[in-house]
Design a protein around this ligand. Structure first.
Ligand code: PLP
Length: 349
């Protein structure tokens, strides 16, 4: 039987219908400014997020780093949660590309309070770096796929604005947050200057992300994209896949969320495993769990699990992550839970 790959929601292959949309896409040259499918996608995404402009980029990392490059200058400080993607998974790019440092905040599940944000803003003292930007990640990956409530984000954004800081949302999985929490992408984006979104995660497109914001910021973003080598030519192929995903793969994210909750409930019954932050708190498509202290490491566990037909990913010495997505069989929950039960007790397998 084929391996069930739950390492990430990035592992999906295009569906047959998505391939058809890609084959039919009218193409041009996006660097020369006449790629019709990319133009259409950019207009669509800007409208969905209630912003003036959008730019299509190869990855979420590039979208985030272009945003940082647009908002910040050398020596500036970014305020973000200590578990953020921009800290852990973007190769030190805020420092390497934009000369910025990051002030890490604490808070459960990757969220933080307006007061914590206000407390991190530097004064005008000549000794200090300049606070310039607040980055909010929604959903929060290392936090457990957690969702920012609209009221809490609005309060953080207000705090930032009062201190004259810009606000960027790392919305790689903003679509999941919207489906889980019931707000629209535009409701959330209204409180941000820029938002990055990914089509390559739960939406199931093979490649691609976008950055949205005001016309001025996105004009600058287009220059930075070119500088970073992200100017693509017949990228309408990819834009067509993203457009198809926006049309057909947003509402179905609720299926991934329901399966994640189910999987959490099943795993919680297995001895030697603690589902965390707790099965009732699985908010979107991610399930994190902790292996008991005396057993094997997460890496060893994942190796055994693979022999039982399921792939998950080690996210810490004892922490494992499973992510639901559209490219799994209907009996994914039962099969994944069974494989975990076998892999957690190696003596009996
Ligand atoms: C995946 C992800 C990104 C972008 O990742 P790429 O692999 O560069 O597309 C950014 N932020 C978060 C929270 C992510 O999960």
């Amino acid at each position: 039987m084929a391996l069930i790959d739950l390492r990430s929601d990035t592992v999906t292959r295009p569906t047959a219908a998505m391939w058809d949309a890609m084959r039919r896409a009218p193409l041009g040259d996006d660097v020369l400014g006449d790629e019709p499918s990319v133009r259409a996608l950019e207009r669509r995404v800007a409208a969905m997020l209630g912003k003036e402009s959008a730019v299509f980029v190869p990855s979420g990392t590039m979208a985030n780093q272009i945003a940082i490059g647009c908002h910040c200058r050398l020596g500036d400080e970014i305020i973000a949660h200590g578990e953020s993607h921009i800290i852990h998974y973007e190769t030190g790019a805020p420092a390497a590309l934009s000369g910025c440092m990051i002030r890490p905040l604490e808070g459960e599940g990757g969220l933080f309070a307006p007061d914590a944000c206000a407390g991190a803003v530097r004064g005008a003292d000549v000794h200090s770096p300049r606070s310039r930007l607040v980055v909010v990640e929604n959903t929060h990956n290392r936090g457990g796929g957690t969702v920012w409530g609209l009221a809490q984000f609005r309060a953080v954004a207000r705090t930032a604005r009062r201190a004259r800081l810009a606000v960027h949302v790392d919305g790689a999985r903003l679509w999941n947050a919207c489906v889980a929490e019931g707000y629209s992408p535009a409701d959330f984006a209204a409180h941000a200057d820029t938002v990055s979104v990914c089509f390559s995660k739960g939406l199931g497109a093979p490649v691609g992300s976008a950055l949205v914001g005001s016309r001025d910021v996105i004009d600058e973003a287009r220059r930075l994209r070119k500088r970073l080598g992200g100017g693509m030519r017949q990228s309408g192929l990819l834009a067509a896949a993203a457009m198809y995903a926006l049309d057909h793969h947003i509402e179905r994210l609720a299926v991934d969320h329901a399966r994640a909750r189910q999987l959490g409930r099943e795993l919680a019954r297995i001895r030697g495993i603690v589902v965390g932050p707790g099965p009732s708190r699985i908010a979107t498509n991610m399930v994190f769990f902790q292996l008991s202290a005396e057993g094997s490491t997460a890496h060893e566990f994942c190796r055994r699990l693979r022999r039982h037909g399921v792939d998950m990913i080690a996210m810490g010495p004892k922490r494992v992550r499973a992510v639901l997505h559209l490219d799994v069989p209907d009996d994914v929950v039962a099969r994944a839970a069974e494989a975990v039960a076998k892999a957690v007790r190696p003596a009996r397998t």
